[in-house]
Design a protein around this ligand. Structure first.
Ligand SMILES: Cc1cc2nc3c(=O)[nH]c(=O)nc-3n(C[C@H](O)[C@H](O)[C@H](O)COP(=O)(O)OP(=O)(O)OC[C@H]3O[C@@H](n4cnc5c(N)ncnc54)[C@H](O)[C@@H]3O)c2cc1C
Length: 321
């Protein structure tokens, strides 16, 4: 949860209009589906005024008569002063922008793992713009929670190692990662819809787990969960989101070993080659472990991590507690 009363400053530069193309549709953001609104914002931004008084931009369709104040400056140092930063805070503000630009140069967000398509928007071309808000002490700033606990596809809550916690489910607003970019309310009723759907599905999985033992729902596992070895034998398959795409991993366990692994599809956007997928799958069987070093570039790290997470999840599911 964000502490209350802290200043948040959003910064952009002369290329703000291009960046907006990548903005998700959502609550209280500029309505890009509305030409009139975009033209209005462009006009206001073109008439920007530098200095501490700021200038008005009517960016929100919903609150069209209630413009936001945006501040402009010809240098980032001046913008820091206008936004009220001094001393170490000013240094931190400038260092953070420099760090962001460096990550854009590398094409990789080492801080938060932002989608690589967002990592070429350096803040470097004057005029620079800033707008500020104050944190309200809630997790997302809006009506709905986005940052709740993570679950797998059967709504089982995951622990820090992304292994499901037996018997614990989360749905609706308790279920994290419900939205890709933000709370995209232009799809009407999606939050209530998500609550209904996840609740319904979790109940189905829960019912199957109660009838067949934990982990027997869905495609993974067996109906009879007994073993004389180290694993419950069976086929385990499901999908993991890498942040770029969905990777599908299928594994077969005997009672004593991982006998097969297939990384069956990694989606159109994934950068994992067919060769890397099959060599990684072979290494998982050979090493009998998720801990396979298959990272050949930093971009691939997300896909490889998704496969490793899936394998670790299956090993946890196949191993008697
Ligand atoms: C003002 C407002 C407008 C909205 N407009 C829309 C809209 O137009 N479209 C849309 O899709 N979504 C909208 N939403 C969001 C949507 O209502 C929520 O996302 C949705 O209701 C969440 O459902 P949920 O079942 O996850 O949680 P909730 O509906 O919050 O249900 C949680 C339940 O758990 C109960 N509870 C809490 N603690 C305990 C406890 N310890 N023991 C037992 N019970 C407990 C609560 O009393 C509550 O009944 C809006 C939300 C608000 C606040």
């Amino acid at each position: 949860m964000m502490p209350a009363g802290l200043k948040m400053v959003a910064v952009t530069d002369a290329n703000w209009d291009e960046y907006c193309e990548y903005q998700g549709y959502g609550h209280e953001v500029m309505d890009r589906s509305n030409d009139y609104m975009i033209e209005k914002v462009r006009k206001d931004m073109a008439n920007y005024v530098t200095g501490p008084d700021g200038f008005s931009v009517q960016a929100f369709a919903r609150y069209g008569n209630d413009p936001s104040t945006v501040y402009a400056a010809e240098t980032l140092e001046e913008l820091a002063d206008i936004m009220g930063y001094e001393g170490a805070a000013k240094e931190g503000f400038l260092a953070e922008i420099k760090h962001w630009n460096e990550m854009c140069g590398a094409g990789y967000d080492s801080d938060w793992g932002a989608d690589a398509s967002m990592m070429h928007f350096k803040i470097e071309k004057a005029p620079f713009f800033g707008a500020s808000a104050v944190t309200g002490g809630n997790p997302s700033g809006g009506l709905c929670q986005h940052a709740a606990v993570c679950t797998d596809g059967e709504y089982r809550v995951l622990d820090a190692a992304k292994a499901p916690i037996p018997g614990l489910y989360a749905v609706g607003n308790c279920c994290g990662q419900r939205y890709g970019i933000q709370y995209h309310t232009p799809t009407a009723g999606n939050s209530c819809g998500t609550a209904f759907t996840t609740g319904y599905l979790a109940a189905e999985y829960l019912k199957a787990d109660l009838e067949g033992g934990s982990g027997s729902a869905g495609e993974g596992g067996q109906d009879e969960r007994t073993t004389n070895g180290i694993y419950y034998a069976g086929t385990y398959k499901s999908s993991q989101n890498s942040g770029y795409s969905t990777v599908n991993v299928e594994m077969i366990f005997s009672e004593d070993a991982i006998t097969d692994c297939k990384i069956t599809s990694s989606g159109n956007e994934d950068l994992m080659s067919e060769e890397l997928r099959s060599s990684m799958a072979a290494a998982i069987v050979e090493g009998q472990s998720a801990d396979v070093d298959a990272v050949t570039s930093r971009t691939l790290a997300f896909s490889v991590k998704a496969v490793q997470d899936a394998v670790a999840d299956y090993i946890a599911q196949a191993t008697p507690q």
